[in-house]
Write a protein that binds this ligand. Sequence first.
Ligand SMILES: Cc1cc2nc3c(=O)[nH]c(=O)nc-3n(C[C@H](O)[C@H](O)[C@H](O)COP(=O)(O)O)c2cc1C
Length: 433
Amino acid sequence: MPENLLNQPLPLPCGAHLPNRLMKAAMTEGLADPFGRVTDPLVTLYRRWSSGGAGLLITGNVMIDARYLERPGNIVIDHNEDRSALRALAEAGTHADNHLWMQISHPGRQCSRIVNNRPVAPSPVQLKLLGNFARPRQLEVNEIEAAIAGYARVAGVARETGFSGVQIHAAHGYLISQFLSPLTNKRTDDWGGDPIRRARFLLETVQAVRETVGDDFPIAVKLNSADFQKGGFTLADSCQVAAWLQDGGIDFLEVSGGTYEQPRLLGYNGNPDRQQEPVRESTKRREAYFLEYAQAIRKSTSTPLAVTGGIRDSAFMNAALADDELDVIGLARPLCVDPDLPRKLLQGVATHARRDELDLRLGPGVLGPASPVAAFRALNTQGGAAWYYRQIIRLAEGRKPDTELNFSRALLQHFRDEYRSGFARRRVMRTQK
Ligand SMILES: Cc1cc2nc3c(=O)[nH]c(=O)nc-3n(C[C@H](O)[C@H](O)[C@H](O)COP(=O)(O)O)c2cc1C
């Protein structure tokens, strides 16, 4: 039998080692309390995922600024954090001697109206998606500097509370990704314009985080291979930024792609008129959304590389490792329905992950993910995520996943819960003013 390369450890530049080549990619949990504090269900969830065998777990978005969340139930680290609860989370999430890294994030303009009607962004370019997002205000330079300090502070808290690394979220159209993209960064000062100015926010964040956590602590970045939007962040930009990040001393790069407008990260397409390029046929066939893009990025950097998105088959994973196309396999949705999958893949008792996402849709034809109607496309994407949010909630409650869960029911339950926790969060914010 050929060697199962998934079991190989991986040394990182900072001196840390990953025990194997499987990573649970970040998934926003929405399970913090209205104050943004870690709850018992979050601790149960990460204990479950830690037992599952992946060498590396990444948390969902943890927010650096209480005013601007990606979802009402995000964990927030903004001076009022409950450190003992964070410690409990870190301990549960590393109990199987795996790594647990905190994903650090700010949504920028992708901050829904449920949370805040006045988001901030590099430039006042509004995200037009079902009326969910208000026009952002342009960040002042002192606010940019404060945000960079915020990422560094959160990274310091992560280290102090027992997380074994951090990941800076620079993908998927959130704040740093907005700085990187010429579509959302129209600034004419030192924070916008040419590629190096657009990358300045990210590079200064990496530097500030490194100064805070020290040289022996893993710093990862999640980066888009492209935005897949006309005039947006391109593969060439991504290759350039990857090289700068290596010079900046990161330990680990995760490649993904897309934004809320072009949700390629989940294998969906957004507005066909605004696409940079169609889905590549060979990528579609191989079901790894970004592997071909990652191959180009690999040529620009020797930073240990993970690729996430659509990868399901262990033979495929082993071939990608054998061909040195990547170092780590990122898995997200499959671990909501089979948290023990990594162990099974490592032991060779499973050969592939479930592909529930292929059947999750509102309906066929015009109701489906490729609908010409933007609202239906958006509902398919949201429903596709909502179905997995429900599975995450079940795991966090100590229950088994429910793979028979109805798509529309999951979507409705998600909207109900999201509005409820949004109102609770707004009440808290009003009292904290
Ligand atoms: C429910 C859900 C929540 C997600 N939340 C995050 C997040 O907080 N941060 C992030 O970087 N990516 C997030 N993602 C994207 C995943 O990390 C991953 O890139 C994507 O699901 C593709 O991987 P997969 O095909 O293995 O699921 C999320 C995806 C899902 C399905």
